[in-house]
Design a protein around this ligand. Structure first.
Ligand code: PMP
Length: 415
């Protein structure tokens, strides 16, 4: 990521920013909350909470189907939210943006719909050894149903994809490469532009799981030239239950609907149904309208700070915490790629991650412990789980100092 900038850390902006997040001022177990579980879900600024409140207090109506004022107003806001996301990802058209429930839902949509049309007996799907279960299971299930084969790009000990191996895996039977932009467990930032280029050279489309990337870095789907890109609103400081699938127009036009029902059609008779064009073809039923509005508010908030500023500041936090952790005896960082986002996984000799997490919780420090929905990755390292800290732009070096002190205390108590 880019080099640190100094204005953000020295101007006092951080306290102003923290004040925008009501939950950051609460106490947990009598201690000020230190929230280092942003990879699981991030906290919400007041503007997002207010947008949700305002929707239910003043705007609530269903979209796309009403002539009355409330329905028309909220339809406009819902479609404006789509445009906000189009701009965030620099998609060519707003109809390439599908509202989903989240990353998992987006991947299931593509695996089911694309899979139905394009995957058959003996075909191959490529994922990587560091994928979240949400980017393995939909493809594994598709392969089971169709008699297709799941291939896996291996990683090196640092947690980087072995691109030479990837080149050997892509062939005329490959129907899809599904790969994470940033690993939720290792923090590795994958060279997805290069992967997409290599896959496209063999006419293979690429789905990118962007769940851990969008909150931390600028994503330009046209520059990447990816075919599909998924992310979750709740990791981007927005509401739960809302997410985004970007799909290239040509694929969305060609793919059958995922779920069918109200909102997905042009005409219906008992003999024949004509489906709507994307995005409505893929948005069956009443969507999470409040979620879309809240997600747009979250994007406005993030844009006001700037994703470049966020990336630079988080790089500082990552470097600071990594250096401090490396000094602790018996501690091993899992995931030491050259390109990393602000996620650090580690294990401590002889100690169970769960026990460390439990003691840290007593100190008001929220970390994640376990396999992080990446069991095949844990198997690759021969471990059952890690402790993971993941930072957001509202975290501080002071909090990292407190965490390191707490961790040292936990290790002393448990050894
Ligand atoms: N992929 C990655 C890389 C993730 O980190 C996560 C969430 N931990 C998911 C997919 C699934 O996201 P969601 O639960 O929001 O669908």
């Amino acid at each position: 990521m880019t080099e640190p900038i100094t204005t953000y850390k020295t101007s006092g902006n951080i306290e102003i920013i923290r004040a925008d997040f009501p939950i950051l001022s609460r106490k947990v177990n009598g201690k000020p909350l230190i929230y280092f579980d942003n990879g699981a879900t991030s906290q919400k600024p007041k503007s997002v909470i207010d947008a949700l409140d305002n929707y239910y207090s003043n705007q609530n109506a269903n979209i796309h189907r009403g002539v009355h004022t409330l329905s028309q107003e909220i339809t406009l806001d819902y479609e404006n939210a789509r445009t906000t996301i189009q701009k965030l990802l620099n998609a060519a058209y707003s109809h390439e943006i599908i509202f989903t429930k989240g990353t998992t839902d987006g991947i299931n949509l593509v695996a089911t719909s694309f899979g139905k049309r394009y995957v058959g007996l003996g075909d191959e799907i490529i994922v990587s050894a560091m994928e979240h279960h949400s980017n393995i299971l939909p493809w594994q299930q598709l392969c089971d149903e169709k008699g297709a084969i799941l291939k896996v790009i291996p990683i090196n000990d640092a947690g980087e994809l072995q691109l030479e191996e990837f080149k050997k895996l892509v062939n005329s039977k490959t129907k899809m490469v599904a790969i994470s932009h940033v690993s939720n467990t290792l923090g590795t930032i994958n060279p997805i532009k290069e992967i997409i280029k290599l896959a496209h050279a063999k006419n293979v489309p690429v789905l990118v799981d962007g769940a851990q990337a969008v909150p931390h870095t600028i994503v330009d789907v046209q520059e990447l030239d990816c075919d599909f890109y998924c992310f979750s609103g709740h990791k981007l400081f927005g509401p739960t239950g809302i997410g985004i699938l970007y799909g290239k127009e040509k694929w969305l036009n060609a793919m059958p609907p995922y779920q069918v029902g109200g909102g997905t059609i042009k005409t219906v008779s008992f003999e024949k149904t004509e489906y709507a064009d994307p995005p409505l073809k893929f948005e069956a039923g009443t969507p999470h309208i409040a979620g879309a509005i809240g997600l747009a508010a979250a994007i406005d908030y993030v844009n006001a700070i700037g994703l470049n500023t966020i990336a630079s500041y988080e790089y500082e936090l990552l470097t600071y915490a990594t250096e401090a952790l490396q000094k602790i005896d018996g501690l091993k960082i899992i995931g030491t790629a050259k390109q990393k986002a602000s996620v650090i996984s580690f294990i401590v000799d002889g100690l169970h991650p769960f026990d460390i997490g439990t003691i840290l919780d007593q100190l008001g420090i929220a970390v994640r412990t376990g396999h992080h929905c990446t069991q095949p990755l844990m198997a690759r390292y021969g471990i059952s789980g890690t402790v993971r800290v993941s930072f957001a732009f509202y975290n501080t070096k002071y909090e990292i100092d407190e965490f390191i002190e707490g961790l040292q205390r936990a290790i002393k108590m448990l050894k």
